[in-house]
Design a protein around this ligand. Structure first.
Ligand code: DGL
Length: 272
């Protein structure tokens, strides 16, 4: 039997634009769902703030989404997940899907060489991340790379091509690329510049992100809880996908909205 909450939207939360890359992947496998996207642009970036600050900001955002009415939540931000997911799960009744750097899929590729984890300074400092690394450290050498400054450039937009290239060159300067087999994008913002990172890494290195895994995980959980809005065998959705998204943006709303809708359009998704 369908859960009476199934008609409610799914909440997606990030400090800014990074979660849009996750939202796009979710819409592609759950095209009949409705969404509320919360971007805390007023407080972005989260990754260079103290953990307790990010925890409070995340809880406040989830409270707003909860009041708006959601049936489940995706914390489309590795940093907010590492700081607050346990507390959010304790406080709210709906299913909460967090994100963590995709170390497991990277290790499971069984490649020869080290794995580089690109993430924010706060994610890399967190207990959650370090516990995750401990689980896999015996199998492969895992090297964290704190990407100071990169989120801010991505927030300003892809037009900052040269700035992105310069920042990546600076971040990669101490890295001996020949020792690495894979790079894990442990920040949803970095998925938006995956092409640039692949170019910097070179052909020999595989670049992995956790977006698709998160979208599949969400679908499995909604199915299990009878929370899907429609059965997914409703028939093939029309392209471009028409997505019902309500946005909560904490600063620069109109400028930010233009960027987000453009980004979704590039992925074949129009907002209705
Ligand atoms: N998008 C966020 C993540 O996945 C972090 C961005 C920030 O520092 O605010 O970690």
């Amino acid at each position: 039997m369908k859960n009476p909450m199934s008609k409610l939207p799914i909440g997606i939360l990030d400090s800014g634009i990074g979660g849009i890359s996750v939202l796009a992947d979710i819409i592609k496998i759950l095209p009949y769902e409705k969404f509320i996207y919360f971007a805390d642009t007023l407080n972005c970036p989260y990754g260079n703030k103290p953990e307790n600050v990010v925890k409070s900001l995340t809880i406040r955002a989830v409270e707003i989404l909860s009041l708006a009415g959601i049936k489940s939540l995706v914390i489309a931000c590795n940093t907010a997940t590492s700081a607050a997911v346990n507390e959010v799960r304790r406080m709210f009744d709906f299913p909460v899907i967090g994100m963590e750097p995709a170390i497991k899929p990277a290790v499971e590729l069984g490649l020869k060489g080290k794995i580089l984890i690109m993430a924010t300074p706060l994610t890399l400092k967190s207990k959650k991340f370090n516990t995750l690394v401990c689980q896999y450290q015996l199998l492969t050498e895992i090297v964290p790379l704190a990407c100071e400054g990169l989120v801010e450039i991505i927030e300003r937009g892809r037009a900052q091509g040269q700035e992105i290239e310069d920042c990546l060159s600076r971040l990669f300067s101490p890295i001996h690329k020949e020792n690495f087999a894979a790079i894990v994008l442990g920040c949803t913002h970095f998925v938006l510049i995956k092409k640039e990172i692949e170019k910097m890494a070179g052909k020999e290195i595989v670049v992995i992100d956790g977006n698709c895994g998160t979208a599949k995980n969400l679908k499995t959980i909604l199915q299990k809880e009878n929370l899907l809005r429609y059965n997914t065998d409703e028939g093939k959705p029309q392209i471009p996908l028409k997505a019902h998204i309500k946005f909560y943006i904490t600063a620069n709303e109109s400028e930010v909205m233009t960027k987000y809708t453009q980004l979704l359009q590039n992925e074949g998704i129009v907002c209705v």
